[in-house]
Design a protein around this ligand. Structure first.
Ligand code: ATP
Ligand code: MG
Length: 227
């Protein structure tokens, strides 16, 4: 589903944020992406989401090379991707319910179906009582859960989540992780960037470790990844 071949990313006026990263993620996998602050986790997710072009290398997404994709082709690729950004990117002038409804409206679902799905999603993240509030009036953790609900709304083929539990207490962290797991069990390929070692230890999944823009290790052994 995702294939990177020697992908390098340099931001203008900066050293490489990613260097020669080669990586393959299959349909149905659940992958943790970890590494110190500045290692390149968000950059890698941005490249996969076509938010940034690669400087060199190939990036195949659903079999199509998107390393240098631009313009009108991007929304077409993104139709299959749900994304939770590190800084949420919720629309401040839309209510919580409207934010979660947005990807469903884009896909042309009937209003009744949208309302039903949005209610279920907000319930699953414990935010039914915030449906009519605007994001700026919510706590960081609440906004993060809205972002997760919005990303999961269209049952995407691929879910990219950048520190989706970064602002949550341990109980909420497990709730959100359960949601990501549920989506994975229903067939969504999930890539989660996280600093949180306890998650890597708790959920024995594939762990990809970046260090200063390079792939340090890739495998199931958490011990090796975090030692
Ligand atoms: N828009 C940008 N312009 C210039 N440099 C950037 C930009 N975004 C990221 N970088 C640089 O690229 C490197 C990787 O950043 P990135 O945000 O991918 O790291 P990260 O692993 O997600 O870190 P964190 O754990 O703090 O979220 C850093 O050195 C950062 O300063
Ligand atoms: Mg980041």
């Amino acid at each position: 589903m995702i294939q990177l071949f020697h992908v390098t990313k340099e931001y203008p006026g900066d050293g490489p944020a990613l260097q020669e990263v080669s990586l393959e993620i299959d349909k149905g996998e659940f992958v943790f992406l970890t590494g110190a602050s500045g290692a390149g986790k968000s950059t890698l997710l941005k490249l996969i989401f076509c938010d940034e072009p690669a400087s060199a290398g190939q990036l195949l997404l659903f079999g199509k090379n998107v390393a240098k994709i631009s313009g009108s082709a991007i929304p077409f690729v993104r139709r299959n991707i749900g994304v939770v950004f590190q800084d949420f990117k919720l629309l401040a002038n839309r209510t919580v319910a409207e934010n979660v409804a947005l990807p469903l409206e884009v896909r042309g679902l009937a209003q009744k179906e949208i309302r039903r799905k949005v209610r279920g999603l907000l319930r699953s993240v414990g935010l039914e009582h915030r449906a009519d509030k605007f994001p700026p009036s919510l706590s960081g953790g609440e906004q993060q859960r809205v972002a997760v609900a919005r990303a999961l709304a269209p049952d995407p083929a691929l879910l990219l989540a950048d520190e989706p539990t970064g602002n949550l207490d341990p109980e909420r962290t497990l709730e959100v992780m359960d949601l990501l797991y549920g989506a994975n069990a229903r067939g969504t390929t999930v890539v989660v960037a996280t600093h949180d070692r306890s998650l890597l230890e708790r959920y024995k999944k594939r762990v990809v470790v970046l260090q200063a823009g390079r792939l340090l290790s890739d495998g199931d052994s958490v011990r090796r990844a975090v030692s």
